[in-house]
Ligand binder design. Structure first.
Ligand code: COA
Length: 169
């Protein structure tokens, strides 16, 4: 499988916004910090700032929001945080990922996480903190397939049980 993780570009607008809409009404946001009606070029520029650690809103950390592409088709995304703030250290972890519903169960999340772990390591992040809801069997399986060692299962800030894993990269 040739899955590529790369920055979102101007050409991704239609597919990325379609995915963003498809995730509305789910607990997961496909395009972090994107707001309805935001010009796509402005959003893409904000992602470049986020990668470089420029103009970050108070409390935000540098990181990369990346498109996961297979044969030119957007199938998912990854968010790799190069640092942790208090919230990420407690709940969010270093890496978030999502696969668009019609492309699930093809090993894409596993491929996304493997590459995201390499990128985190290249930015000096080790070990990597990964979290998922205790009920999210798919995500827990993906994390364990990528070497995640379970640290704990406990309630998050809303009382929802979640798992904390570490991966030594
Ligand atoms: C969780 C998610 C990322 C998994 O993506 P995916 O591309 O389907 O994952 P993979 O194909 O790499 O799955 C790897 C393994 O996980 C397990 N798995 C994946 N989805 C599963 C599900 N819904 N139920 C049970 N097991 C599941 C399977 O064992 C699977 O291997 P198999 O297909 O060979 O049996 C995807 O369902 C998703 O984007 N969900 C919404 C967002 C989300 O939860 N993100 C993670 C937040 S921590």
């Amino acid at each position: 499988m040739s899955l590529e993780l790369r920055p979102f570009t101007l050409d991704d607008e239609e597919a990325a916004l379609r995915a963003w809409r498809a995730f509305q009404g789910t607990p997961f946001v496909f395009l972090t910090s994107y707001y309805e009606g935001q010009p796509w070029a402005e959003y893409v520029a904000s992602l470049a700032d986020y990668r470089e650690g420029r103009n970050l809103p108070e409390g935000h950390v540098p990181g990369a929001m990346l498109a996961a592409v297979v044969d030119g088709v957007l199938v998912g995304r990854a968010s790799v945080r190069f640092e942790l703030n208090e919230y990420l250290a407690a709940y969010g972890g270093h890496i978030g990922y999502a696969v668009i519903a019609e492309y699930r169960r093809r090993g894409y999340a596993t491929a996304i996480l493997r590459q995201a772990l390499r990128l985190a390591s290249a930015h000096g992040v080790s070990p990597v903190l990964l979290t998922c809801d205790d009920a999210n069997v798919g995500s827990a399986t993906v994390i364990e397939r990528c070497g995640g060692e379970l640290e704990s299962v406990g309630p998050d800030e809303n009382g929802v049980m979640f798992r904390r894993y570490w991966v030594r990269v």
